[in-house]
Design a protein around this ligand. Sequence first.
Ligand code: K1U
Ligand code: ZN
Length: 172
Amino acid sequence: MAIRPILIAPDPRLKQKSTPVEAFDADLQGLIDDMFETMYDAPGIGLAAIQVGVPKRLLVIDLAREDEDKAPRVFINPEITWKSDEEISTYEEGCLSVPEQYAEVQRPARVRVSYLDREGKAHEDEMDGLLATCIQHEMDHLEGVLFVDHLSFARRGMLMRKLAKARKFAKA
Ligand code: K1U
Ligand code: ZN
């Protein structure tokens, strides 16, 4: 297992659309293990494969708090089959690819998602709360969309300038 470097915006690779996972082989299992190690190290509650530079439709989530046992979940080739268009949730989101920047994002409060697990077995689950928010955030990554893309032009510009300034300062 290895911690992989996380791509930071505005890296153009974060804007690409990821392609479906086809092979459930040893490489995939190694990538999943590395993604969990990278996410726990960051730390974060979710990570999409493209954030470690792999444009495959794969994401991992663990919402367990520090004082709880780990609860790792793997979602491969996920699809939203239903969303609660009339019930919206607002959450102050962050992103490991947009470090130390946070903003409120509105999304459907509940979603049904079909996906494959790491063995390739099919599932379909209804999700709400932070899991619904997190999986929509991670599924956006598979389409090349960042949480800042849900903000107004002015607010997104402000956050991205703050990020660029913080990174310039960190390098100096
Ligand atoms: O970069 C990512 O996609 C991961 C991101 C997931 C996320 C956070 C908040 C709302 C939606 C999706 C993060 O994990 S940012 C870090 C974070 O939220 C966190 C870190 C440590 C403890 C608790 C939360
Ligand atoms: Zn993110």
